[in-house]
Design a binder for this molecule. Sequence first.
Ligand SMILES: Cc1cc2nc3c(=O)[nH]c(=O)nc-3n(C[C@H](O)[C@H](O)[C@H](O)COP(=O)(O)O)c2cc1C
Length: 371
Amino acid sequence: MNSLFTQTHVGPYAISHRVVMAPLTRMRTNAHNVPGDLMVDYYAQRASSGGLLISDATSVSPLGFAYVGAPGLYTEAQAFGWRRVTDAVHAKGGRIFLQLWHAGRQAHPANIGGEMPVAPSAVRAYEHSAIHGQNGQVIEVEQVLPRALAIEEIPGVIEEFRHAAALAKQAGFDGVELHAANGYLPDQFLQDGSNHRTDAYGGSLENRARFLFEVLDAIGSVWPASQIAVRLSPGSSYGTMSDSDPHATFSYVARRLNGYGLAYLHVVEPRVRGNDDIDAAASAISAKDLRRVFKGTIIAAGGFTAESAHRIIEAGDADLVAFGRLFISNPDLPERLHVGAPLAHYDRSTFYGGDSRGYTDYAFHRTAAVT
Ligand SMILES: Cc1cc2nc3c(=O)[nH]c(=O)nc-3n(C[C@H](O)[C@H](O)[C@H](O)COP(=O)(O)O)c2cc1C
């Protein structure tokens, strides 16, 4: 499995192994969507010398929350909370990128002060948001019909991404990853199943991609391109996403991204839908397809084992591999993969919300071995 444990670079950073922690929404912030001690411990546990972590999806806007307890990054208090996380990761010699997120139509009124969620078009998604129930417990509820953003409102949303990116710098992140996957706002603009606009942000491929590239340009006014990344899930229907020609749409985006000099392009494989394994159609678009178009660093994610991660790197279809569910239950995943130690199983019931159980209480291999 040696290809996972060779050196590489992500933007300006020397990276000592290729086992990346995928972005994972765990819904464990303190009040006001501020990361607290529990999150500091969780990220510190998963940091490794020269290893790369990607943060929980972090809302750039008070209107961006699909899930109660998810982190934000639009206030000074949130930046301060995140600073403690990045300090803890850096103390272990690790690197961490912030995932910039706006849920768009997947947001829920209960999480955004009773407002209507915003989207490119008034087309709803049939997924679930997580909100607080009457007794304060987390419950899942159906998403609602969003309202279409007026064209005059779009620059304000783009400014929210820029502002969060600036706060990410203040919070000590090593870079930012734009969440343009899993049916959230930039993805909603991009794919024609959710974008029915007839103005400059809808219709042609160029128009549908406009929001994503304008957001990137705004982030680029704060960060060098080599510290900016983009996540796409081209073969996924999560978020009720669909496109009449995904190969054309995502190849177009990947081709244009070549001009940016990004830190990396992060591609979710079609065999995963959100957080679940599915049987993907053979024609579904994958990292391998985008590799033919995109010339920079690629991180592939979705259903990887140590062996398949090794294979995709050997084949040259990705440069690094991000692990999600296995990183939840194995805080020392890079080391376990390196030494071939057994992997602990994850408990789905503690994925979202709650306390340290299923969050910071998974054993380390070395500790587990002596107890
Ligand atoms: C609990 C959980 C939360 C997730 N949250 C996010 C997220 O915040 N942002 C994101 O892009 N993907 C998110 N995902 C998807 C993962 O990043 C990853 O793509 C997916 O789990 C497939 O990788 P795996 O098979 O290694 O778990 C989440 C997945 C899980 C299991």
